[in-house]
Design a protein around this ligand. Sequence first.
Ligand SMILES: Cc1cc2nc3c(=O)[nH]c(=O)nc-3n(C[C@H](O)[C@H](O)[C@H](O)COP(=O)(O)OP(=O)(O)OC[C@H]3O[C@@H](n4cnc5c(N)ncnc54)[C@H](O)[C@@H]3O)c2cc1C
Length: 404
Amino acid sequence: MAVRVVIIGGSSGGLAVARELRHHLGADRALITVSATEPHFTFIPSLTRVATGTRGVDQISLDLAPALASQQVGFVQQRVVTIDPDRKLGVIGQGEYPYDFLVIATGHRSANEAVAGLGPFDGPGHSPMLVTGAVELASAVRALIKEPGPVVVGAAPGASCLGPSYELAFELDHLLCRRKLRHRVPISFVTPEPFLGHMGMGGAGKIRQVLEGAFEKRDISYPTSAAVTKITESAVESRGSGPVPSILSIIVPPLAGVPVVAGTPRLANLKGFIPVDSHCRQSSLDGVYAVGVAVALAPVEETAVAVNFPKTGHMTEQMALIAARDIVARLEGHEGQTAELSARCLLDMGDRGIYLAVDPVRPPRDRIPTVSEGRRWLLVKRAFERRNLWHARRGRSLPTSVGW
Ligand SMILES: Cc1cc2nc3c(=O)[nH]c(=O)nc-3n(C[C@H](O)[C@H](O)[C@H](O)COP(=O)(O)OP(=O)(O)OC[C@H]3O[C@@H](n4cnc5c(N)ncnc54)[C@H](O)[C@@H]3O)c2cc1C
């Protein structure tokens, strides 16, 4: 009888697990079902470009149903409302889906409530973390171009996804320069990090110097160890320092697990993230795996203001391969291989890019991180977006040596 695998999440993590499983197990050996809340896969790293108006959501999205059907993977566009690990059952919408293996790739819930006034829909602050937020931010950027004024970009205490806040600071600077408005828009970057480029992983090589140099060259001020507490129509307030004037405030929130994960007994930690072992198996529930942003990863160190460990797209893909190959190995009666996570990231600066490679992500590292800046990395990032979508449409795996 075919093994039943239910995958919750139709984004980078869930799709990579489905692809890898199907690569090893034909339709006669595995019945694979993916559930996602949206009908589309969206290439999330390009949401910053949606926010700055250089990309439309339709240009970075594809329909999941035909893409998965071509891989003989079932798709249910419904929210998983209950996970019952004792009965090995997922309740998706109205239907019950028994599983032998459950892979959870549900990403995050933005904990916007951590900062008073961080909207986007119920406060003046903006966040690029979801498609809806990026689209709403794009209209706020258009309003800024009509009526320029001070801008604050940054992250809240406890944030872990700091890359997009750097990208937005750079991309806005570039956009405003092109429009010859930059002199009318002071930009501040407020971050909980103890120094630029900490990124929740304790920094890496010369990334700090590269980012500080770039911010200084572009006249972006950067208060560090800042604990943003409140966003108003005219300022961003931080604990222990005066308000920074801002008519457009973009703050990356701390993340939490999605409700169905956070609400399932014994599945997740207090923040709603799932503790896993080196095979990406949930620590105590048989047959349950987690990959990507849904996984609990402890911070590397205590900092004056909390900064959490990053969970990048590249790391998500590595976790997906580990989990899928472990399932295949277990079906064959042995253990899957494990590997320490590395990260290769591409940072969009609007007119150029930064390539950062760290191996392993979590210090201490036995290899010197690579940090490189130049226009070529921007072109690589843009090409990667197209390549990622092309591969997602055809159910093909990306070589993990490519940066994200
Ligand atoms: C603005 C932004 C920019 C980024 N830029 C980069 C970058 O440049 N480089 C990089 O490496 N990483 C980047 N990242 C991080 C990267 O996008 C994530 O690591 C990656 O998206 C994680 O994939 P995931 O599958 O774990 O979760 P997600 O992409 O968040 O997907 C979660 C999936 O779960 C589904 N889901 C959630 N709850 C349920 C439910 N109850 N039932 C059914 N389905 C559910 C959703 O529909 C979705 O399909 C960025 C992140 C953001 C937000």
